[in-house]
Design a protein around this ligand. Structure first.
Ligand SMILES: Cc1ncc(COP(=O)(O)O)c(C=O)c1O
Length: 404
């Protein structure tokens, strides 16, 4: 397979220029303070379709012949690639078919349909859907859009690297989430050609560390254990030998992994400090920076590669993040079942400036004696120290705290 060069990326830049946003690279005072170095955010979460994927898809679409365009294109994805391919096809007035596993979330199916794609739900898992997409591609002559192992797709993703250097020419390090490796490879080809001393770092979820383990062991391992992750966009279980041999092993300075809590925390902090809605995969780069796993230069660009996060997940992630920082807490107490007790408790909480978000009473819990009642509070608090002060005050009032 042909490999991608700087000139392919420069051509792609001209091709996609009018259709794709040149997303901003914003300096973040707050993250710079935390990381101890200058941090810039490349906001591909604000890209059309909500991720960088549109770059590669538009470039690939442009490279097709008129005959190929007339037949249509096909891809397999339940994520950002699906939307990128669908929109690029719509813009070029080309028929697109996206195969998704039957378990694909309805919101993703609808979003992709809205870009004009025909959706086929097939198979229980991604591999079965991908096999079906390849079969249809052969049967009907549709061009198959691979999500990463394609020189034109990589060239499109590499335009992000050109933009970063145009915006901050003396960038010292760039941190990029890795799934199959198309994004980081494109960025690395561009940046290493124009500014060889700039370090390029990759990040994977520690629950799917396939490329990270290939990087560490200097070869692809076939038995890497993988688990579900909130960074679903980078959950590629089997790395490609072609990507590893031609790009990752040659151009990337290090690949690290981040845990689920680290990713969740990065999602919350990006919302809170930068008002940026970023999905798990897209926030993994920030998670690696915050956990200080990388040796960063003076100026670092953190690629926020996508913003398509499920709103139900946002709620859970925020709750867990707030709870970890002691800004929300659940306390269960056992008290005597006499009138006025709840009033006294809430009075104490009010004095300590803890805001009651939720309260529930339980008299029939098996662990509660007949003359007692259990009260569960969800409180808005300031810090772990604040929570300890509240617990001490409640204990002094004669309340029995239930440890969780
Ligand atoms: C948000 C996001 N970030 C990063 C990636 C990783 O891209 P690649 O597979 O090219 O490494 C993906 C892939 O779908 C993604 O959706």
């Amino acid at each position: 397979m042909r490999t991608t060069s700087l000139s392919d990326i420069q051509k792609a830049r001209e091709i996609i220029r009018t259709e794709v946003h040149n997303t901003s690279v914003d300096y973040s005072r707050s993250f710079s303070r935390t990381a101890g170095t200058d941090i810039f955010l490349k906001k591909e979460n604000e890209q059309r379709t909500g991720s960088f994927k549109i770059r590669g898809a538009i470039n690939k679409m442009h490279c097709l012949s008129a005959a190929e365009k007339a037949k249509g294109v096909i891809a397999c994805s339940a994520g950002n690639h699906a939307q990128g391919v669908a929109l690029s096809a719509q813009l070029s007035k080309v028929k697109s078919i996206i195969v998704m596993p039957e378990s694909a979330p309805l919101v993703k199916v609808e979003a992709t349909k809205d870009y004009g794609a025909e959706i086929i739900l097939k198979g229980q898992i991604y591999d079965e859907a991908a096999e079906h997409a390849r079969t249809l591609s052969k049967q009907h002559g549709y061009t198959f859009f691979h999500p990463f192992e394609d020189p034109d797709v990589i060239a499109g993703q590499g335009t992000l690297g050109l933009e970063i250097l145009e915006q901050i020419p003396d960038m010292d390090s760039v941190v990029v989430p890795i799934g199959g490796g198309g994004l980081i490879s494109g960025i690395a080809i561009a940046i290493k050609a124009l500014r060889p001393k700039c370090k390029i770092y990759g990040v994977q979820a520690s629950r799917v560390p396939s490329m990270a383990s290939a990087f560490t062991n200097k070869k692809i391992l076939t038995d890497v254990a993988c688990l579900p992750t909130i960074a679903d966009g980078i959950a590629v279980k089997r790395p490609s030998q072609h990507m590893y041999d031609n790009y990752i092993s040659k151009l990337i300075d290090d690949v690290v992994t981040v845990g689920e809590d680290e990713i969740a925390e990065a999602i919350v902090l990006l919302m809170e400090r930068s008002k940026a809605v970023v999905e798990g995969a897209g926030a993994s780069s920030m998670a690696a920076v915050l956990s200080r796993k990388l040796s960063l230069g003076k100026k670092t660009c953190v690629v926020l590669s996508g913003g398509n996060i499920d709103m139900n997940l946002v709620e859970k992630v925020i709750d867990r993040g707030l709870s970890r920082h002691g800004r929300i807490t659940r306390l269960s107490v056992i008290v005597g079942d006499v009138p006025g007790t709840l009033n006294k408790l809430t009075g104490c909480l009010a004095d300590l400036r803890a805001n009651v978000l939720q309260v529930s009473h339980d008299r029939i819990d098996q662990g509660v004696a007949l003359m007692e009642t259990r009260i569960d509070f969800t409180l808005e608090t300031n810090s772990p120290a604040h929570i300890e002060t509240i617990k001490t005050a409640l204990t002094k009032m004669g309340v029995r705290l239930l440890e969780k």
